[in-house]
Design a protein around this ligand. Structure first.
Ligand SMILES: [Zn+2]
Length: 526
């Protein structure tokens, strides 16, 4: 197996030293694989971006708020690491297959352990009214899991002497792909983005079809285009579709579910290697000779159980403000959603320690999340707690809140792909308010002015996978959410979280909740 095991981190760190030298350029015609440098392999738990010495801008502490110790960034930074560690333990103990895939997985121990840890800290914060609710996975649903897999460019003398097997280690199979035992071995065809116009002249029958996906931020936003083009390709007989993703580093990306057949994502460095090899092969007239092998073993789990936790801080009135944060994740899940969960825990500590009661009752929902079919946290919460739903006047979903902004600042690749560099702020944060209440929107404006939270400038009604079960229940829902470029990838690690960013968000939300607690029902409702 020919695989250059340089750590991704080493490759990334070396970028600034390389000046204008481009990866992927032919250097030696007698070298393997047309002289294209081999991809760096896969390295878990490493930030696939340049994290230089300039830290994020410090948090602003408005006068009088110095006395809120639970909103300091340091505790949240430690909490993010602990929450990420539940996911890393999932990989280390091979919770799924051989550990190629991991996370805080709803229905498995990794998510349950994380929830139990949060509950322990809510108790330590002095909250007396805590309830852990057991959830049963809905009948007829299943959690699809990839146990083990391989994507290999097969050895071929057409690539030049020494062109051995190359394992593309960032490959990630997507639900609900299936392959026969022994996998599939086929030639490849590259169809650009895979749109109907680009692929109409390509013969894709029984081939592994490669298409390029260039997410602008959140990979989620490309979902619709990837589904549509995959459908065309499968209708015309494609054996499998591979999304070559323009992403920082060489990460596994678990997104674009339900492509209709067998699909894989491929990380940035592996994708560049493969594209470069195919371009050289096309120039050489040897493209038809190259072969790829895909293998995949999966399982589907039913009858799972998970937990939601509810923590109540009583106010003067029974009317409730519901604060929701989800536990589950794909991979380390530092931004999705260890940062949001840490901010939520800080808010619970803050309000539990505050002298005097708020006007309204605060109910914290530590949700199992929304990744596992049949174990949706908010959906089960609504079914199990009609009394709370009835007295809720505002829900706030704290989800993906303090990932550092990653700018595609450096060009080192002949195909125009850029590596990413963290700057001194947080990635843009949207604040969707379902009922467009002018009052609730004005509090968002104040957040920018008082705390420097990087909210996008336009108002929206956006909700998320976590908040969609709460949006039609008669109360407004605020969804705080970033569209981070490492979303749902293995590169979403603790180092990319901004500690001052968490403090900005925690201080802002403490302010927001305090204000909303005294607002009139009319102001919240419209
Ligand atoms: Zn999330």
């Amino acid at each position: 197996m020919q695989s250059n095991n340089l750590a991704v981190a080493a490759a990334v760190v070396s970028i600034p030293l390389l000046g204008g030298i481009a990866f992927g350029q032919t250097s030696d015609a007698d070298a393997p694989w047309y002289g294209v440098p081999l991809p760096p392999g896969f390295q878990a738990h490493q930030a696939p971006v340049v994290l230089g010495d300039r830290p994020p801008e410090p948090a602003r502490v408005p006068q009088g708020e110095e006395r809120f110790p639970h909103l300091d960034g340091e505790t949240m930074e430690a909490d993010v690491q602990t929450i990420v560690d539940f996911a890393r333990a999932s990989r280390e103990r091979k919770e799924v297959g051989d550990g190629q895939f991991w996370g805080r997985l709803g229905g498995l121990a990794s998510a349950s352990d994380a929830t139990a840890w949060v509950v322990g800290h809510l108790e330590q914060a002095g909250i007396a009214d805590i309830e852990v609710q057991q959830l049963q996975q809905d009948e007829g649903t299943a959690l699809w899991l990839p146990l083990r897999w391989e994507m290999t460019l097969l050895a071929n003398p057409a690539g030049g002497p020494g062109s051995g097997d190359v394992a593309l280690e960032s490959a990630m199979p997507l639900p609900r792909s299936t392959l026969p035992q022994g996998g599939v071995t086929a030639s490849m065809v590259y169809v650009g983005t895979g749109s109907a116009a680009e692929s109409m002249h390509a013969d894709v029958q029984d081939k592994i079809v490669l298409r390029r996906v260039s997410p602008q931020a959140h990979s989620f936003f490309e979902s619709q285009a990837t589904f549509e083009s995959a459908r065309h390709l499968f209708e015309r007989g494609a054996a499998a579709v591979i999304n070559m993703m323009d992403m920082p580093g060489n990460e596994r990306a678990f997104d674009y579910f339900g492509c209709g057949d067998t699909c894989f994502n491929l990380g940035g460095q592996d994708s560049r290697f493969l594209r470069s090899v195919l371009n050289h092969a096309a120039e050489d007239g040897t493209a038809d000779e190259l072969r790829m092998r895909l293998t995949l073993e999966t399982e589907s789990l039913s009858g799972l159980t998970a937990q939601n936790a509810l923590a109540v801080i009583p106010g003067a009135s029974d009317e409730a403000i519901l604060i929701v944060s989800h536990v589950d994740s794909w991979f380390d899940g530092a931004n999705d959603n260890a940062d949001g969960l840490s901010v939520t825990l800080a808010l619970a500590r803050h309000f539990a320690a505050l002298e005097g009661q708020l006007e309204r009752t605060l109910i914290f929902l530590i949700s199992v999340g929304h990744h596992t079919a049949g174990l949706n946290g908010p959906s089960h919460f609504v079914r199990m707690n009609p009394d709370i739903v009835d007295r809720t006047v505002l829900a706030i979903n704290v989800e993906h809140v303090a990932g550092r902004n990653l700018a595609p600042a450096r060009t080192f690749y002949p195909d125009g792909h850029r590596e990413f560099d963290a700057d001194t702020g947080e990635a843009p944060i949207s604040a969707g308010i379902t009922n467009e209440s002018p009052y609730l929107q004005s509090l968002i404006d104040e957040g920018v002015a008082r705390y420097g939270t990087n909210f996008v400038s336009g108002n929206s009604t956006a909700s998320s996978g976590e908040s969609q079960w709460l949006i039609n229940l008669g109360f407004p829902v605020l969804t705080i959410m970033q569209a981070h470029p490492l979303y749902h990838t293995s590169g979403e690690v603790a180092q990319i979280i901004s500690t001052p960013g968490m403090e900005r968000m925690a201080r802002f939300l403490a302010f927001y909740i305090t204000e909303a607690s005294t607002a009139s029902a009319e102001a919240l409702a419209n």
